[in-house]
Design a protein around this ligand. Sequence first.
Ligand SMILES: Cc1cc2nc3c(=O)[nH]c(=O)nc-3n(C[C@H](O)[C@H](O)[C@H](O)COP(=O)(O)OP(=O)(O)OC[C@H]3O[C@@H](n4cnc5c(N)ncnc54)[C@H](O)[C@@H]3O)c2cc1C
Ligand code: FES
Length: 275
Amino acid sequence: MNKIIKKTRLAENVTEYVISAPEVARHAHPGQFIILRVDEDGERVPFTICDYDSKAGTVTVLVQEVGYSTIKLSQIPEGGFISDFVGPLGNPTDLSEFKNILLIGGGIGAAVIYPQAKALRAKGMPSDVIVGARTASLLMYEKEFKAAAKNLYLITDDGTSGVKGFVTDELKRLAATNKYDCVFAVGPMPMMRAVCALTAELKIKTVVSMNSIMVDGTGMCGGCRLTCGGKTKYACVDGPEFDGHLIDWDEAISRSRIYREHESRHRCMLTGEER
Ligand SMILES: Cc1cc2nc3c(=O)[nH]c(=O)nc-3n(C[C@H](O)[C@H](O)[C@H](O)COP(=O)(O)OP(=O)(O)OC[C@H]3O[C@@H](n4cnc5c(N)ncnc54)[C@H](O)[C@@H]3O)c2cc1C
Ligand code: FES
């Protein structure tokens, strides 16, 4: 059992959880993730380690409420317990070969780029950061990104905060005057695909973090399978980060939607709504 030490509402549908997990905190690195179960009968759901404190023995995750398990988690109060919390899983990020990195986070992807922004600042090479969301109420961690980034660019689809547009518009604008040697982009798969199409034209190496459907998180079930550079890879053990220009995006997007119909029925059973 792991205790929820602190719970903070960050955006319309995103909650920050600080969870007691001393062993995970001791071994965690930016880029890795955990898998938790809300209760003994719960499904295993993966979340990126957004922050960790090895002295306090805590791990921070940002969770967007999108379906059955994330809504169930949101119903546990501060001080309450979840059944289990396994990690750190996946490989730590290695951006050491790059000098001028642009981080791009779309929606909950901000949770994945924040530890990178912090780590780059700690290494004395703060990066430019673009954070995008559909609307202002979905933006998160503005203060934290301002402290970690060299420059922060906020973008909303509807213009309610920052510049109106998509993260790719801002990427195009920034790349015209900056010599980035790497773009690290995390967000919904269609966003990552659009960023990769643009950076391929601009000839900028691009790393993406793949949020494929995961079950065991140990390379055994095949749930997170994807094709990268013509080879089969497993996001949980070979990733979650990959060269975005080598991903077969049509396959990855189609696999991410495999259970959509089942999941939408699931959600209705929880709320009692008939669909
Ligand atoms: C490596 C990794 C890191 C992630 N980090 C974060 C994070 O930091 N914050 C965050 O809010 N979300 C993160 N996700 C996505 C998160 O795991 C899903 O939103 C969550 O599992 C949804 O569960 P649900 O039961 O609430 O929703 P459901 O109704 O079951 O599903 C809603 C949508 O979530 C996705 N999803 C469902 N089950 C899984 C699964 N087992 N693995 C991956 N995606 C799934 C699907 O796209 C699905 O359409 C991450 C996913 C991966 C693989
Ligand atoms: S989650 Fe099972 S192989 Fe990756």
